[in-house]
Design a protein around this ligand. Structure first.
Ligand SMILES: *[C@@H]1O[C@H](CO)[C@@H](O)[C@H](O)[C@H]1NC(C)=O
Ligand SMILES: *[C@@H]1O[C@H](CO)[C@@H](O)[C@H](O)[C@H]1NC(C)=O
Ligand SMILES: *[C@@H]1O[C@H](CO)[C@@H](O)[C@H](O)[C@H]1NC(C)=O
Length: 598
């Protein structure tokens, strides 16, 4: 086809211009959506890349989680000289502040990760100076009371430097401010430049104090790098609690200083262990990312491997397993053995020393009375020593005795009454609840929202953490392994369901007793190869539920959520894809977008 001369000239001009601009597409903001549009000679000077368009066009600059206070992002972008990012003010990068030094190091790594390896940044750009002003710089523990809010302002100084100032009570709030700042720094692939808005003011604080993930590392071993990637993803979503289900009946990878035999016998291999150095590394890595690590020693059920050289465990690998536990291999502590409590005390001591936790998790789920009832020595002890029968109430007494002695030993080692989390179980039912006093125990709910235990717990003044399995069990929706067909809690839970699982729905006017929620990843069918895709980006959806406490539908959040998914990929977290990339580029057009459904 022969083109008219005018078109031909235009084409040539266009080609010349796009060689300066890496690409032929720009994005234009229209109706709050970034529209993919071809670059023309008229628009090339003002052409926006997609991330640049999103800062001003997407809801709150595509920040995730959405800030709860004021967000002002101005209307101009400035070019950043990434070789000149300085931590200036108080408490930053001082040797005395390893948490902030780590957070700052991560900030710079994240900026670099935004750019393709072949990026050849043009010279120039402004110095970015980050100042962090903390009222209580000496707070280094993230408790349930720690104030995690911050205020972030960005402006330009009279001599043309970018001034990012974060004001917070402590380093944890300061770190969140840094995370927000990071989300505002973008790589513009049209011009090979790093840009950020230069007139910003944001105030922000979380709605809930406990924003967590629980990770099982006993059904399958999860390597240290994968746990660190999990912490990277958590930091970027402002999640703050990693509950580490470190042992179970299947394996005992935790190397106890006092009882090294447990991992010698109980680990899957000599490599699949967590040494004291591993734990220290993970705890420090978590703190730099604003995440507290909460160790769980689950008992009296969920024990087995590792204890072979003791006589503390009964029903280990008993068959048919359905008679003795909820999942093979079975195993339960024998509460009648006095020496058992010395072993438990030693383990608690090791964990408290290594994790230095502000909360401890004692598990306490799925105790199977059929196991104890089938063990002659236990039944005999109950009947002759205690004069008890063999009813459910009698086995509850046995369990209470175990729980009481374990708690005594934990307090002894902690040298105080450290808060303890327990899963919902027979003990949290109405008739037995008084055995778990509310001033000592926080209850983690794993049943569904329709469970009457929930309102009973709340009405009786308990503090709770939500992990209702119908929205927060991320292992659901795969093939069964103890049954035919799909696994027990199928189907797969989409991020939309996670996003709409709101604490207020469960708690009504007792919301103040909900500390937060936790997504649970049980790893029967997951290991280091697949943890990332199970957790991400769904756990980021939970991050916003707990930080922002949104009231709108997931549809309102979808655009930003797609951006957050890309951020996770930049961080090296192998997050699942949600939609064809086409939907990300043509925001307005995919069936799930808010616009389409209006
Ligand atoms: C940087 O911004 C903060 C907060 O707005 C302000 O207090 C401070 O004076 C600014 N610093 C400079 C050098 O302009
Ligand atoms: C324990 O076993 C005895 C004897 O079989 C039975 O009568 C009792 O109901 C069992 N107790 C429980 C709690 O199942
Ligand atoms: C154990 O039980 C006794 C008797 O009910 C009680 O006084 C004590 O406080 C309990 N110990 C703990 C640690 O809960």
């Amino acid at each position: 086809m022969k083109l008219p001369l005018a078109t031909y000239i235009l084409f040539v001009v266009l080609v010349e211009n796009i060689s300066a601009l890496n690409g032929v597409w720009r994005w234009e903001c229209s109706n709050n959506y970034c529209q993919k549009t071809a670059i023309t000679p008229e628009t090339e000077d003002t052409a926006l890349s997609l991330p640049a368009c999103r800062i001003f066009c997407s809801d709150v600059g595509a920040l995730w989680p959405k800030p709860t206070g004021n967000v002002y992002l101005g209307s101009t972008l400035a070019k950043v000289n990434i070789n000149s990012i300085d931590a200036m003010g108080l408490n930053f990068e001082k040797a005395s502040h390893p948490i902030m030094t780590g957070a700052m190091k991560r900030f710079k790594q994240q900026i670099n990760a935004k750019m393709p390896q072949r990026a050849k940044l043009a010279d120039g750009g402004k110095t970015l100076e980050i100042t962090c002003i903390l009222a209580n710089p000496d707070i280094t523990k993230l408790t349930l009371e720690t104030a995690e809010g911050y205020a972030l302002t960005i402006s330009e100084t009279s001599d043309g430097r970018l001034n990012a100032t974060i004001v917070a009570d402590n380093i944890f709030g300061g770190r969140h401010g840094l995370e927000t700042l990071n989300q505002l720094v973008i790589y513009d692939d049209l011009r090979d430049e790093v840009l950020m808005p230069n007139d910003v003011s944001i105030t922000d604080e979380p709605a809930f104090a406990y924003r967590g993930i629980s990770l099982d590392t006993a059904r399958n071993y999860i390597n240290v790098d994968t746990i660190k990637r999990t912490l990277d993803g958590m930091a970027s979503s402002k999640l703050n609690s990693l509950h580490w289900h470190i042992t179970d009946s299947h394996s005992f990878p935790y190397v106890s200083k006092s009882l090294p035999e447990l991992s010698m016998y109980g680990a899957y291999s000599t490599k699949k262990i967590y040494t004291a150095e591993d734990v220290a590394e993970i705890v420090a890595y978590g703190l730099e990312r604003g995440v507290r690590i909460i160790p769980e020693f689950d008992a009296p059920a969920h024990v087995g491997e590792g204890w072979q050289n003791t006589d503390f465990v009964v029903c280990f690998n008993a068959k048919p397993w359905q008679n003795y536990c909820v999942e093979p291999p079975c195993g339960q502590f024998d509460p009648t053995k006095d020496k058992l409590y010395d072993a438990i005390e030693a383990l608690y001591g090791d964990m408290l020393e290594q994790f230095d936790p502000v909360i401890f998790h004692m598990g306490g789920d799925e105790v199977h009375f059929g196991c104890w009832n089938s063990t002659d020595s236990i039944v005999e002890w109950m009947e002759t020593e205690k004069g008890w029968g063999r009813s459910e109430q009698d086995f509850v007494k046995l369990w209470d005795l175990f729980q009481n002695e374990s708690l005594t030993r934990l307090y002894k080692k902690a040298d105080k009454q450290i808060p303890v989390i327990m899963w919902t179980s027979t003990l949290t039912q109405k008739e037995y609840l008084e055995l778990l006093p509310k001033d000592k125990y926080i209850i983690q709910i794993w049943t569904t929202g329709s469970d009457p235990q929930i309102s009973n717990l709340l009405n009786n003044g308990y503090k709770v953490i939500l992990s209702n399995y119908d929205a927060l069990y991320f292992d659901c929706g795969f093939a069964g392994w103890v049954t035919d067909g799909n696994n027990w809690c199928s189907p797969y839970i989409g991020w939309q369901k996670v996003y709409e699982n709101r604490p207020a729905k469960f708690a009504g006017d007792k919301k103040a007793q909900v500390l937060g929620a936790e997504a649970a990843l049980w790893t029967e069918q997951v290991d280091s190869a697949s943890v990332d895709t199970r957790l991400w980006p769904r756990a980021s959806a939970l991050g916003e539920v707990l930080w922002t406490e949104p009231t709108g539908s997931w549809r309102d959040a979808e655009q930003r959520f797609l951006v957050q998914r890309e951020r996770l990929i930049e961080l090296g977290v192998n997050s699942d894809a949600l939609e064809p990339e086409w939907c990300w580029q043509y925001e307005e057009n995919c069936p799930t977008s808010g616009k389409f459904n209006q």
